[in-house]
Design a binder for this molecule. Structure first.
Ligand code: ZN
Length: 453
């Protein structure tokens, strides 16, 4: 008997971690109900997928949308809109750039209320682990925090200080008891401070000096500190924005001895290198900094071999006046790339589609949902999951224009860059939220996602 579905995508190349498959995708009541060579049923709405890729909706576990408190930097309207135009259907917001920072349940609940009102896509929220908030961790867990974020070096936000060794260990011990994962920004704080002071004493304040103040070694030292604390406490650990193959090697070694640790990298460590920092300056400033070309290529190798668990944008914008200074150390760090970073990864992966597209489906969606307890509903184009996906068109070549940006400030390291893919449409729970780079009028509001522990 034929039934009427809400939506069918016909004849697209459906991308899953297992491979690509030409199939029809059927949606009813906001969920995938069928993925099959041909769906005989009719539907209220049909999308012609022929010649296009149907990717799972991107689950971006690492953004800084800065609201409440610093909405003029980005905000929970523009940030989700930009991510959604870039194929995203879920974001996890970091705890530090909002005011108050999400270091207790009250602050987290306040952010949740704003996001529920404004965000066009679903979301989860990180809580913070900072000196002095150990007794707030249980409240954060009960309020639905997806995990806890800690910095081993200065975060740049005074109300979100770095953890000391004791706080890290005690925090991870509590987190393990609470069933929470801890995400760590792993650059050794005292080393960053000392090398920065040394550059300043030499009178250097250029882009090269900034990169020299944060070499690979201090990232590796940070990763080792975090991994050792995870080994000691049994806490699940997620190392954010790993910038170099040596960092992945430290994590692989830890995995080998049974430490529960995952590695995230960001599109910019795969797409940009230190030459771009010297050429383009402020829009490419981030920490850890972009690395040399051989390390950038090395990160593709790690990704293609499956050693990268997740890719998150680390979208971290700031107003234009904070991105301009003669002194490169004074420029606010952070790459605002959530709208085009994923499209560019897909574009770069085109020469090896069969090998790399399934990997992308894993690191951009399936692995993220699994690692953070959302796999019952999110992360894959599979029967029973939320119908979150995006339709992507292969193009001969196009130039990314700053005018496409839906971010609050049109600053992106990818403006002017050539791409061989275009994200046509993003669908959340069966409803189109963005089409040809424009948000749908009356699109649904995002829902707060609580991890299953
Ligand atoms: Zn970040």
């Amino acid at each position: 008997m034929s039934t009427t579905l809400d939506l069918i995508v016909r004849g697209g190349e459906v991308v899953t971690p297992k491979g690509l498959r030409r199939a029809d995708v059927g949606v009813a009541d906001g969920r995938f109900v069928q993925v099959a060579a041909e769906i005989g049923d009719s539907a209220k709405e049909t999308i012609d997928g022929s010649g296009k890729w149907v990717f799972p909706g991107i689950v971006d576990a690492h953004v800084h949308f800065n609201e409440p408190g610093r909405a003029e930097w980005e905000g929970l309207t523009s940030g989700p809109a930009a991510l959604c135009a870039g194929g995203g259907t879920v974001f996890f917001d970091m705890p530090l750039n909002s005011e108050p920072p999400s270091i207790n349940a009250d602050a987290l609940n306040r952010k949740r209320a704003v996001a529920e009102k404004k965000s066009c896509i679903d979301f989860a929220l990180w809580g913070g682990l900072v000196p002095g908030n150990l007794d707030a961790l249980e409240g954060l867990r009960d309020a639905g925090a997806v995990g806890l974020k800690a910095f081993l070096c200065a975060s740049g936000i005074d109300s979100f200080p770095a953890v000391d060794d004791l706080t890290l260990r005690e925090g991870m011990k509590r987190a393990a008891e609470l069933g929470m994962i801890v995400a760590v920004h792993a650059e050794d704080g005292p080393s960053v401070a000392r090398l920065t002071a040394e550059q300043r004493e030499r009178g250097r304040n250029d882009a090269r000096a900034f990169m020299d103040s944060r070499p690979v070694e201090i990232e590796l030292a940070g990763i080792r500190t975090a991994v050792d604390a995870a080994a000691l406490t049994g806490c699940a650990l997620h190392i954010v924005h790993v910038s170099c193959p040596e960092g992945i090697a430290v994590i692989n070694e830890a995995k080998g001895r049974g430490v529960n640790v995952s590695a995230e990298t960001c599109p910019h460590y795969l797409l940009l290198s230190e030459d771009d920092v010297l050429r383009f300056g402020a829009p490419t400033k981030c920490a850890p900094p972009l690395r040399d070309e051989s390390r950038r290529r090395g990160m593709w190798r790690e990704f293609s071999e499956g050693a990268v668990d997740t890719v998150g944008s680390d979208h971290s914008p700031a107003p234009p006046e904070m991105k301009t200074s003669e002194d490169f150390f004074e420029i606010w760090g952070g790459i605002a790339g959530c709208q085009h970073g994923y499209e560019l990864l897909i574009s770069e992966a085109r020469p090896r589609i069969d090998e790399l597209f399934p990997r992308l489906a894993a690191v951009l969606a399936a692995n993220v949902a699994k690692r953070f307890g959302l796999a019952a509903t999110k992360g894959e184009i599979a029967e029973g999951r939320d119908a979150d996906f995006c339709i992507i068109e292969p193009v001969e070549e196009r130039t990314i224009e700053a005018s496409e940006l839906l971010t609050r400030h049109r600053i992106s390291p990818y403006a002017g860059r050539r791409s061989r893919a275009r994200i046509l449409q993003t669908v959340l729970r069966g409803m189109t939220v963005c089409s040809s780079g424009k948000l749908t009028e009356g699109a649904p509001r995002g829902q707060f996602l609580v991890p299953k522990r």
